[in-house]
Design a protein around this ligand. Structure first.
Ligand code: PBG
Ligand code: ZN
Length: 330
């Protein structure tokens, strides 16, 4: 009797054609959401030093950007605004001529088919850099903050946003925005909730890019403790109950287990994962040094996020990855 194994998984890996037949996960440009940073001014294409390849753009640059994104097969962008003035309540966030409102109008005029998502939070707009209104002790006032978030969301939608994405991790945030949008006649506009957002050091480069770092303290009173997984499920369940149309887990790579668990707990709800700035910067830095093969590492990373359970990936790699995927398909 032969002592060789009869169960041989390698049979299915013998040729590229066989491997293709048994491939479980496939990355597609339609999975990507590309983050855009917008600022006031004209002809602005300001490189973000800690995020090589990413730019802060002025509104006049957005039509060309939108065309490129759609050509690459990427369906959506998420907008971050850098306001002209910061104040304690972040007033530009709900101003008609605010930077995000201008950007949304420009994008929708140039490319009506591009899905425009706006990040709804206070931290880029407040002079203290926190995600909510503060009391004299510097603590976030949860419920008064909700009123501001609702005003911002309505204002973004009035400008033409297709989806609003509240990222502030305030309690009751999704419910407040849902009923605010409904009352304003926008019951058809979906909410993509940053439902499971950890207090992560991986946001460092983004905070340079969007000038959204807190002037003092940190975000641990609202963002999740990286040690906690069960609490993530509680946050996700609450947001679903409050009416979230999409859930998001953020960051992605140190939280692939969370992506898988949220996916399993909420099979009906589309799930996004945010491949954040620090995750991007690490690959870019290693690639610039010639230490990793950038294309292979990026595609493997994004595939891993999708395999973990994400339907959609917010990623700064979106344009390059879409180009590589198009080349592979050609
Ligand atoms: C808050 C917001 C942040 C990011 C997206 N939305 C920063 C934060 O919570 O400090 C981080 C995204 C990234 O790091 O790529 N408006
Ligand atoms: Zn914030």
């Amino acid at each position: 009797m032969s002592s060789f194994p009869t169960n041989r998984p390698r049979r299915l890996r013998r040729t590229p054609a066989l491997r293709r037949m048994v491939r479980e996960t496939e990355l597609n440009p339609a999975d990507f959401i590309y983050p855009l940073f917008v600022q006031h001014g004209h002809n602005v294409r300001q490189p973000i030093v800690s995020m090589p390849g990413q730019l802060r753009l002025s509104v006049d640059q957005l039509a060309a950007e939108a065309a490129e994104i759609l050509t690459l097969g990427i369906p959506a962008v998420v907008l971050f605004g850098i306001p002209a003035h910061k104040d304690p309540v972040g007033a530009e966030n709900f101003a008609d001529e605010g930077i995000v409102q201008q950007a949304v109008r420009a994008l929708k005029a140039a490319a009506p088919d591009l899905v425009v998502i706006t990040d709804v939070c206070l931290c880029e707009y407040t002079d203290h850099g926190h995600c909510g209104l503060l009391n004299e002790q510097g603590e976030i006032l949860n419920d008064p903050t909700l009123d501001i978030l609702v005003r911002a969301a309505i204002s973004h939608v009035q400008a033409g946003a297709d989806i609003v994405a509240p990222s502030g991790m305030m309690d009751g945030m999704v419910q407040a925005i849902r009923s605010g949008l409904d009352d304003a006649g926008y019951s058809h506009i979906p909410i993509m909730s940053y439902a499971v957002k950890y207090a992560s050091a991986y946001y460092g480069p983004f905070r340079d890019a969007a000038e959204g770092a807190p002037r003092f303290g940190d975000r641990k009173s609202h963002q999740l403790d990286p040690a906690n997984a069960r609490e993530a499920l509680r946050e996700a369940a609450l947001d679903v109950a409050e009416g979230a149309d999409f859930l998001m887990v953020k960051p992605a790579l140190a939280y692939l287990d969370i992506i898988a668990r949220v996916r399993a707990a909420h099979p009906q709800v589309p799930l996004a994962a945010y491949n954040v700035s620090g995750e991007y910067a690490m690959i870019k830095a290693a690639a610039a040094n010639g230490w990793v093969d950038e294309k292979k590492v990026v595609l493997e990373t994004l595939l891993g996020i999708k395999r973990a359970g994400a339907d959609l990936i917010l990623t700064y790699h979106a344009k390059e990855a879409a180009r590589w995927l198009q080349e592979q398909a050609a």
